[in-house]
Design a protein. Structure first.
Length: 98
């Protein structure tokens, strides 16, 4: 029974951690939505569906900027595009010419 109890305890801990992580994401998204205008919110929603990992990185970047006081007014779609470009600027592109 000890093994079974240990498995249950681990599973419950995993469930708690997942729930806490989802709650943190939901809180960050609420903050994000307060600082995005309508078009920027639409772009974020599309990005979240198409590129979930990139949307999570964007969420982290904007939340950090808000917490540090770098953002005090709503972000427009053009500004959001600039933030996305700056996130991608560190990546290397490979092009094949034929």
């Amino acid at each position: 029974m000890d093994e079974l109890d240990e498995l249950r305890r681990k599973k419950l801990e995993e469930i708690r951690e997942q729930r806490q992580q989802r709650q943190q994401i939901a809180n960050a998204e609420e903050i994000l939505k307060q600082f995005l205008d309508k078009n920027a919110r639409e772009r974020y929603g599309t990005l979240k569906v198409a590129h979930a990992e990139k949307a999570m990185r964007l969420l982290a970047v904007i939340t950090q900027m808000v917490n540090e006081g770098h953002i005090r007014q709503q972000i427009t779609d053009a500004q959001l595009k600039d933030i996305l470009r700056s996130m991608d600027s560190g990546k290397t592109e490979f092009r094949i010419k034929r």
